[in-house]
Design a protein around this ligand. Structure first.
Ligand code: PEP
Ligand code: MG
Length: 580
């Protein structure tokens, strides 16, 4: 009997993890030694000693992350060390000890009480900090009781299945044995999720009740890119995911493919990377990306109480540009809203967030937030700045955004600040409106970037976050292929650079489709770069074009998919002299 089950959550860190379930119950079991609590002075001393040890551990974690190149995330543990000295935590611990509690009970109780105060706050940023307080409290209790949560043994790969995880637990995971993380709770904005992303661990959060449904050691697949967890996977599913995971890890083992990619018959396609942070820019550069095709700048605004100040943005953007050297970086302006609520921007819950106040719509209404970002980008790039606007549906939006850009430029000149020598303005094509009348946008932009993640869901009217309709989310549906083909055709005719930056850009059957129709650039996750380049070299443009045309004429998505997959299977290995 096929028991396979797909559980949908939030894709908190991209990638695929396949491994045996390691059920993690979250924290230490508390057991106060008999008689403790009778000696408050002694208990306070025990607590102080444990606190010192925890402080050293946190310093160690910080060094470990910094050594892995995650300086930003490492700073989190400075915040945890400060928490260890915070009177809001120490005061109640001392009071409890003086009232006769054992040190571990006092620490656990006081941390939980403070965490609840945070958790009840309206502000999402502070709510997320509840997890940090619990983390610190948990470490102290662990030190006092010696009851350490057992980490998975070395004979992985393991997929951690837990209610929730603390940032420090995530930072401690051994990347050689852990393949992925599934959390029943948690959000993509929690620090645990951020650390998983930074460390390249596939993670799905918010997967709902799971602990009772997965037995220890049972095979679990985590698809952090799609936000899916596959329980009791069938043999075909496992084989398919192993192929994908193998491709990704092969790309990681071969981190550098800095050579240009052209089809076997000589058509050059730039293969760039999608990133969301400075760390990922370094990763992309190592992977041999020809540039950054999509820098999701909204991630710079996450996990903060206030939007990042202009000067700090300049610094971050400069670091990304520096990581890429002479290779171009396409900055996407803030794309808040939809599935990316950013509390510090004051976006309220909406009944239809994907159709609501998001992307360029929000930015045009909030020049106080938009202009500092534009100024920061203009200052960060000395030569040619490439920037693009998300969620555009009307040419007027691009015109207005360009006016604000011109104002930002003038303000910098007036203030005697550095300004990019030239600017290339582009737009994401991710609404059906933009795709259908893409020619109307030609006078206002230098390039188009197809955002297929959103385009597919808008064209088909299928919310890809809703498991009830996920079967209808068919990227090869004739309507989607037709919309994409139209955009590429107009771009070629009008001499506009066309890129694809949605997830489809890294899926080989679609790479064949895009290559056949003649896109200029594919922008993919850094760990797909080498693989996509290798595949491009293995196909001939004319074969890919024939497959694309056949797919476009196919009666439905399934038939089109078959055509494109067949094209991949018959793709030839690179010809003599072509680089692999
Ligand atoms: C897209 O929609 O395809 C895209 C790249 O944007 P995001 O995934 O950030 O919405
Ligand atoms: Mg999008």
């Amino acid at each position: 009997m096929n028991r396979q089950e797909v559980v949908r959550g939030t894709g908190a860190a991209p990638g695929i993890g396949i491994g045996s379930a390691w059920i993690w119950d979250g924290g230490p079991r508390r057991a106060s030694p008999a008689g403790s609590g009778q000696d408050p002075a002694g208990e306070w001393e025990r607590f102080q000693a444990a606190k010192e040890r925890v402080s050293e551990q946190l310093e160690g974690l910080k060094m470990r992350l910094a050594a892995e190149g995650h300086a930003g995330e490492a700073a989190l543990f400075d915040a945890h060390r400060l928490m260890l000295e915070d009177p809001a935590l120490l005061g109640p611990i001392r009071e409890r000890i003086e009232a006769g509690a054992a040190a571990e009970d006092a620490a656990a109780g006081a941390a939980e009480e403070l965490a609840k105060v945070f958790a009840a706050m309206d502000d999402e940023y502070f709510r997320q900090r509840a997890g940090d307080v619990r983390d610190v409290g948990w470490r102290i209790v662990q030190e006092l009781t010696g009851a350490r949560q057992t980490a998975p043994p070395a004979d992985g790969p393991w997929v951690i299945v837990a209610r929730d995880m603390t940032p420090s637990q995530t930072a401690e995971l051994d990347l050689t044995t852990v393949a992925g993380i599934v959390l029943e709770g948690g959000g993509a904005m929690s620090h645990a999720a951020i650390l998983a992303r930074a460390r390249g661990l596939a993670a799905v959060t918010g997967a709902g009740p799971l602990l009772g449904r997965v037995a220890p050691g049972e095979l679990v697949i985590v698809d952090g890119t799609r936000g899916e967890v596959i329980l009791h996977p069938g043999a075909n599913t496992v084989a398919r995911y192993r192929r994908q995971a193998g491709q990704a890890s092969a790309a990681r083992r071969r981190p550098s493919d800095p050579h240009p990619a052209a089809t076997a018959d000589g058509h050059r396609i730039m293969v760039a990377a999608n990133i969301a942070s400075c760390d990922e820019a370094g990763w992309a550069a190592e992977a041999g990306a020809d540039g950054i095709g999509l820098f999701r700048t909204e991630f710079v605004y996450m996990n903060r109480h206030k939007p990042p100040p202009e000067e700090e943005q300049v610094e971050i953007y400069r670091r990304v540009v520096a990581a890429m050297g002479s290779r171009p970086v396409v900055f996407r302006t803030l794309d808040a809203g939809g599935d990316k609520p950013i509390p510090s921007l004051g976006l309220e819950a909406e009944s239809n967030p994907f159709l609501g106040w998001r992307g360029i719509r929000f930015c045009l209404d909030r020049p106080d937030i938009f202009k500092p970002q534009l100024r920061a980008m203009l200052q960060a790039v000395p030569e040619e700045l490439w920037l693009m606007f998300p969620m555009v549906s009307d040419p007027g939006e691009v015109r207005r955004a360009r006016e604000l850009l011109a104002e930002a430029e003038q303000e910098l000149r007036d203030a005697g600040l550095p300004v990019a020598r030239s600017v290339r303005v582009g737009m994401m094509v991710e609404t059906p409106a933009a795709a259908m009348v893409v020619d109307r946008f030609v006078p206002w932009v230098d390039f188009f970037s197809l955002g297929t993640n959103d385009l597919v869901q808008y064209v088909l009217g299928v919310d890809r976050t809703n498991p009830k309709v996920s079967g209808l989310y068919q990227p090869a549906h004739p309507a989607v292929l037709k919309a994409i083909a139209h955009v590429i055709e107009v771009g070629r005719r009008e001499n506009r650079w066309v890129s694809v930056c949605g997830e489809l850009a890294g899926e080989l059957p679609f790479v064949a489709f895009f290559a056949g129709l003649g896109v200029n650039e594919l922008s993919v996750a850094p760990d797909r770069i080498a693989h996509v380049k290798g595949f491009i070299r293995s196909i001939r443009r004319e074969d890919a074009l024939a497959a694309a045309q056949e797919a476009l004429a196919a009666p439905d998505g399934a038939a089109a998919m078959t055509v494109l997959e067949t094209c991949c299977r018959v793709a030839r290995p690179p010809e003599d002299g072509a680089r692999q």
